[in-house]
Design a protein around this ligand. Structure first.
Ligand SMILES: [Zn+2]
Length: 328
């Protein structure tokens, strides 16, 4: 397979997989709920390689080959944080307005309990601060073990970790924290592993010391309202909210004017030209350098709407693909 007259030595199956992942990642960033994350990404404030590793790293010393319940719980909690799907009261009220008359936070009683409020609620701040301080101690110890020459002080790490709290509350790794840890670890795998261990520790502590006590309050609140598991399983009788039927052709149709602005095409092209994975080039200046090299061929591979191109997409005779993406 070739791209931009450069032969791809990786298997074509892996390349198509990478192209699809890049495209879906771009679609995820375009969602309204991810507008802040997209802005932070465009300004290079997020390290996506470390974020991806952290979200998928769930190993511990005690776990063997099989996935334990603790691992599954940790992964699920991280992904709910990342996708802003924690079952807060506002989320539960949105789904069952017939059962939950109010979304007021049960801890402070002053604000609606959105996911953002869970992290900023005044009643959790002492525990949240304590967890970050403990995570700083853990990070200091790991860094001291990994390098004896470049030692960062506990205070430097504490300031950086506390400044990263908004990123941590969104399940992402900021570039500033990555750069600081990377300056000591020196190697990319070590940096990823160190950050993943610290993040996992933080989320485990948040789950145990903040989320579980908050969950106990929700159960007590449900009992006062007479909500049981049985009533939760009953079909929603509320008429206040109606889901709109799914619209056909929701994704943006492919056209030759649009495809030139698809940023994921540049990410993938940069990964071919310079090595590393496409996720290392998400909205990076390096990827922008490859705007002039890209063609419609990469877009057409992943676009199911474009039936004309599908029929030719793996054909060596296709004039549309021969320019840049050819199976050889
Ligand atoms: Zn509150």
């Amino acid at each position: 397979m070739a791209c931009d007259k450069l032969t791809l030595e990786a298997s074509s199956r892996k390349c198509i997989k990478a192209i699809s992942k890049a495209r879906h990642f771009d679609l995820m960033l375009q969602l309204q709920r991810n507008s802040e994350i997209k802005l932070l990404t465009e300004h290079q404030h997020i390290n996506w390689t470390a974020t991806s590793f952290m979200l998928n790293y769930n190993l511990s010393d005690k776990d063997n080959a099989a996935t334990s319940f603790a691992q599954h719980r940790q992964r699920s909690f991280k992904y709910k944080i990342f996708s802003q799907e924690l079952p807060t009261l506002s989320c539960m009220r949105r789904q069952r307005s017939d059962l939950y008359p109010s979304a007021d936070c049960l801890s402070c009683q002053r604000h609606k309990e959105f996911q953002s409020h869970f992290w900023t609620c005044s009643s959790h701040q002492d525990q949240w601060r304590m967890i970050l301080n403990q995570a700083t101690t853990m990070l200091t110890n790991i860094l001291h073990q990994s390098s004896s020459r470049h030692r960062l002080t506990h205070e430097q790490l504490q300031v950086c970790l506390h400044e990263s709290r908004t990123f941590i509350s969104k399940g992402i790794v900021p570039t500033s924290l990555f750069d600081l840890v990377s300056s000591v670890c020196r190697s990319l795998p070590n940096t990823h592993l160190t950050l993943a261990k610290v993040y996992n520790y933080i989320y485990r502590q948040v789950f145990t010391h903040i989320w579980k006590p908050r969950y106990a309050k929700v159960i007590a609140h449900e009992q006062t309202l007479g909500i049981s598991n049985c009533t939760k399983r009953l079909k929603n009788q509320s008429t206040t909210f109606q889901y709109l039927p799914k619209q056909q052709g929701h994704s943006a149709p492919f056209n030759t004017a649009n495809h030139l602005t698809c940023p994921w095409v540049y990410w993938f092209t940069a990964s071919i030209k310079q090595g590393l994975s496409w996720i290392s080039y998400v909205y990076s200046p390096k990827a922008e350098m490859f705007r002039s090299f890209t063609t419609s061929a990469i877009c057409s591979v992943t676009n199911p709407k474009d039936t004309n191109r599908i029929s030719h997409r793996f054909s060596i005779d296709s004039p549309n693909l021969i320019d840049s993406l050819v199976l050889v």
